[in-house]
Design a protein around this ligand. Structure first.
Ligand code: ADP
Ligand code: ASP
Ligand code: MG
Length: 475
């Protein structure tokens, strides 16, 4: 079997869903399980409706729900007719009735709790999976919508629930194996799951990619395909730099680093189940099904370029913490990190001196409670509106002078660097800059590393036998 995941833009309207059907049909002999995101922008609109309801604007919330209902029905009638349409309509309406009821309850409570937020957002994927399943069935293929809340089991940490892998595998085996045995195509929503007692959860924004690889890992898929709106993984985000080029193949390690540095094309956790089972992951363009896309797998040929790709993680805050004296007492670093840990705040980059520590974190996780807890240290200063830029490539290992090239390029763009880190993996160089400087820095880096003299094929830097990695690692 294979897993095929289609993102929001790939199911955004009737022509998009028709393309999905054709792509699925072309793979039907390989027993696909299809995982879909909500139609483009629906998750944001559901969230906005929930926030409006919580703020007391019940009318605005219900108006949003009505417009979503219309969009789904319009799309359904553009792609289906007769019995197929007649069977889908009540399924959509039943979901929208529940959605409106929930918005009413949120308005009554005047609060959008994480638990209600997950319940609310789950409708996006429930609706799109009903639509795509109906569209595939209308083409004469055996197909069934599967409720992801019955299969993807998670803990109860709402809005970023953690999958329970054993329970999920057992549920997926029980629900999907019989379908696969009779060559029926399962269509399930990504991103959503449920606790063991059936409360809906979500696994974090952009999480449908992760759902797909969880399914692929659990059922030992031959491959996992991530169908999206770009030709594959590119050398950087084409929205930042139109010159970005397709990467034909990339290693698990490199792709995972890029995802963790903000390459939105893959949710950061996507590759974990694939790595564990050594399942290749393909990133493909649903608007150009014949395109080669990107193959992500364990080992790939090195090319002569120093860098495989550049990513940027926006929405970052630097938290600077200073100790009591000009000399850090023993345990200072440990005590500061313990506070971040207690508040479940993931630290992306740390740099420390003898008198202070700077930590780059996702802006939303630098909560007032965390900052209040840090006040016991002498000084806490936050710098919002920052971004982490990650330069990634296996060839960075031991490449002399690459840091000079990277920071020279950033300096030439007139951009100031606030923090620097070279990961223990040695396949990335990461640094923090002002968010507004991201486009200039990325374009300059892309020009210098992919089309400048640095980009030339050059193997002369390759390590000589006997040289230790640490010794080669020359910043
Ligand atoms: P989907 O809805 O299919 O999940 P996303 O919007 O989540 O799609 O991810 C695709 C987007 O990721 C692209 O439109 C592109 O702007 C962005 N992106 C960021 N970095 C990269 C990269 N290195 N390669 C390709 N796309 C990237
Ligand atoms: N629909 C969800 C989101 O917008 C999940 C996804 O698209 O992967 O975050
Ligand atoms: Mg996505």
């Amino acid at each position: 079997m294979i897993v095929m995941k289609f993102g929001g833009t790939s199911v955004e309207d009737a022509p998009a869903i028709e393309r999905v059907c054709e792509i699925v049909r072309s793979r039907a002999a390989e027993d696909p399980v299809v995982v879909v995101s909500a139609m483009a922008r629906v998750t944001d609109q559901l969230l906005a409706a929930g926030q409006a309801a919580a703020a007391g604007d019940r009318d605005l919330a219900l108006e949003s729900a009505r417009s979503l209902r219309q969009r789904h029905h319009r799309t359904a009638s553009e792609m289906l007719s007769g019995n197929h349409l007649a069977q889908l309509r009540p399924l959509l309406d039943s979901n929208f009735n529940q959605l409106e009821e929930l918005l009413g309850r949120i308005a009554g409570a005047q609060e959008l709790s994480p638990r209600n937020s997950d319940h609310l957002l789950s409708f996006g994927e429930l609706l799109s999976s009903e639509m795509v399943s109906a569209a595939i069935a209308a083409r004469g293929l055996a197909c069934e919508q599967v409720d992801a809340r019955e299969c993807l089991m998670t803990d109860g940490s709402h809005t970023r629930a953690v999958p329970l892998f054993d329970a999920t595998k057992a549920r997926l085996e029980a629900r999907l194996r019989p379908l696969l045995a009779r060559h029926a195509i399962a269509v399930m929503g990504g991103f959503i799951g449920a606790t063991l007692d059936g409360t809906p959860t979500t696994i974090g924004r952009g999480g449908s990619d992760y759902s797909a690889s969880i399914v692929g890992g659990a059922l030992d898929a031959a491959r996992i395909e991530i169908w999206t709106d770009v030709p594959g993984m590119l050398t950087t985000d084409p929205k930042l730099c139109p010159e970005a080029e397709l990467i034909p193949e990339i290693s698990f390690e490199e792709a995972a680093e890029l995802a963790s540095f903000g390459a939105k094309v893959l949710h950061p956790a996507t590759l974990l189940p694939a790595i564990e089972k050594n399942i290749p992951v393909y990133v493909l363009n649903s608007r150009d099904a014949a395109g080669a896309g990107t193959c992500i797998r364990a080992h790939v040929e090195r090319n002569g370029r120093p860098v495989r790709a550049i990513a940027a993680k926006r929405n970052t805050t630097i938290v600077n913490v200073a100790g009591e004296r000009a000399w850090i007492p023993r345990g200072f670093l440990r005590d500061v990190l313990a506070v971040f840990d207690r508040h479940e705040c993931q630290v992306d980059i740390v740099s420390s001196s003898q008198v202070s520590i700077s930590l780059a974190v996702e802006s939303g996780s630098a909560t007032p409670e965390l900052l209040a807890d840090l006040q016991r240290f002498t000084q806490v200063i936050c710098e919002p509106r920052q971004a982490i830029v990650g330069v990634v490539g296996e060839n960075l290992r031991g490449r002399q002078g690459i840091a000079a090239s990277v920071f020279g390029s950033v300096a030439a763009a007139g951009v100031n660097v606030r923090m620097i880190s070279q990961g223990a993996s040695e396949i990335n160089i990461a640094f923090v800059i002002h968010d507004e400087d991201v486009p200039a820095a990325v374009r300059s880096l892309h020009k210098d590393l992919f089309s400048g003299a640095q980009a030339d094929e050059d193997q002369s830097w390759m390590p000589s036998p006997g040289m230790s990695r640490a010794g080669m690692n020359c910043l």
